[in-house]
Design a protein around this ligand. Structure first.
Ligand SMILES: [Zn+2]
Ligand SMILES: [Zn+2]
Length: 468
């Protein structure tokens, strides 16, 4: 980074020099316009051009791969592999990486509820697969065309890529970057002992001593924060923060309602707190998670199992405000069709497995989805993060069409990974976001199945897998 900064400085200083020189030599240029350029002017111009070119080359070299890394084929490593209906830690041999791929030695990987089915489910895997869809580690090798990261970098392999040049990225939606279609480049990265090729879930994997990722998924992070905390920025913590800070961006003094106080909902609460929201109402059936929400920013916590039928009205009442004087910033009563919260984030989802703790009033997750929509005020923002809902949902047509709610999809909460991951690092460094409290259990590679059982049971809030 320092080299790059110096090179850029060199370019700028040469440009400034060139400008001054042009001003200073104006009379000489006029003089030479009749007789051609003077020898002095030509020599100066040539020297400046050469200096600028040298600086530009230095810049280009700074952005190029640090070194052409040698072959990595055959390197042994261990990973959790789903094959058939089994999940086991296997000894694998790495294949050669492609020119635009990055080899990462994994140091930490986030346990995510979406992945519980990939680790614990009974699906029959025809192709052996390393589960998970994010990780953090050290760059061990880069393909010849990689520019974004270098050997030795600390790197986040993010659950969502950002290429910066596809249609979605160019139109302001990198959370839907076309590289997210991982099927296009998800070839085998390693071989089992019998020679069978092994692929990575989402072209990332993560429950493995090594990850092979396309450059577009890799974000170098320049910080001293610990690996386990940074691994959360590839998944749950970043998704929750982004839901409060990107498309439905929480405003100071606003009313925020969050369904779910799992890792994503609690991150959303922290994001809302960082924006000085007026109130943050968190709705969560699990008692210890409600307690955690109060520690991390919630101003009120509600159990959706208590008086479930009146939950919407009660929350709308809380968001009603201090006055009904319409000429003084007031609103109609809470029953008015445009009443409700300014920002609503749905992060509860459905149950993929029966939890070992309290469960909500609807295991499909559809009730919370519908309540979240009902609680959003006309003109407000609703961000839908959760996964695992089962079934279909319907809305009253006129209200659906006319209530002017903005609905935002929850792919990574709307994160713009290259822009936002460094932002979140700074927020953690400054203490406005508490990442360490989001980790309550860590497991080694050999404990992955046990760790994911805790994620599925919801007995732990934040599970991280650490390597080496
Ligand atoms: Zn995830
Ligand atoms: Zn893209």
């Amino acid at each position: 980074m320092t080299d790059t900064g110096q090179a850029r400085g060199a370019v700028r200083s040469n440009e400034a020099e060139s400008t001054r020189e042009n001003v200073g030599s104006a009379s000489e240029t006029q003089q030479s316009s009749r007789s051609g350029l003077s020898r002095r002017t030509m020599l100066q111009a040539g020297a400046l051009a050469a200096a600028t070119l040298t600086a530009t080359r230095a810049q280009a070299q700074a952005d190029a791969p640090a070194a052409a890394t040698g072959s990595v084929a055959g390197r042994p490593f261990r990973a959790l592999v789903r094959s058939g209906t089994t999940a086991s830690v296997e000894d694998l041999r790495l294949r050669e990486i492609e020119p635009r791929q990055v080899l990462v030695r994994t140091t930490a990987s986030c346990g995510c509820y979406t992945i519980t089915r990939s680790v614990l489910g009974d699906r029959d895997y025809e192709t052996p697969t390393i589960p998970n869809h994010s990780g953090f580690g050290i760059v061990e090798a880069v393909g010849a065309e990689v520019r974004r990261v270098r050997e030795g970098d600390r790197v986040l392999v993010c659950g969502t890529p950002e290429c910066g040049v596809c249609y979605q990225c160019l139109h302001g939606n990198p959370e839907a970057c076309n590289y997210l279609n991982s099927q296009l480049f998800n070839g085998p990265i390693a071989d089992m002992a019998d020679g069978t090729g092994v692929i990575q879930q989402g072209a990332i994997g993560g429950l493995s001593e090594l990850m092979v990722a396309m450059e577009e998924y890799c974000i170098p992070l320049f910080t001293d924060l610990p690996d386990d905390e940074l691994s959360l920025l590839g998944d749950t913590l970043a998704a929750g923060l982004s839901s409060a800070l990107t498309y439905g961006r929480v405003e100071p003094g606003s009313d925020v309602v969050i369904f779910g106080a799992g890792p994503i909902g609690l991150a959303a609460a922290q994001g809302a707190r960082s924006q000085s929201a007026g109130q943050i109402i968190v709705i969560e059936p699990v008692a210890y998670r409600r307690e955690k929400a109060l520690e991390l920013g919630a101003t009120t916590v509600l159990d959706p199992n208590v008086d479930t039928d009146t939950l919407v009205e009660r929350v709308r009442e809380m968001c009603y405000g201090p006055t009904d004087r319409l000429d003084a910033g007031g609103r109609y009563g809470p029953g008015y069709r445009y009443g409700g919260a300014d920002f609503v984030i749905e992060a509860s989802g459905g149950d993929l497995f029966p939890p070992a703790v309290e469960t909500g009033p609807d295991t499909t997750g559809l009730l919370a989805l519908r309540q979240a929509w009902d609680i959003t005020r006309g003109g407000g923002h609703l961000t839908l993060l959760a996964a695992g809902q089962q079934g279909e949902i319907s809305f009253p047509t006129a209200r659906f069409c006319l209530s002017t709610r903005s609905i935002h999809g929850g792919q990574m909460g709307g994160m713009h990974p290259m822009r936002d991951a460094p932002r979140y690092v700074k927020m953690i460094e400054r203490g406005s976001i508490d990442a360490s409290s989001m980790i309550t259990a860590t497991w080694p590679l050999d404990g992955v199945v046990d760790g994911f059982r805790q994620v599925a049971d919801r007995t732990e809030l934040g599970v991280v897998f650490t390597f080496g």
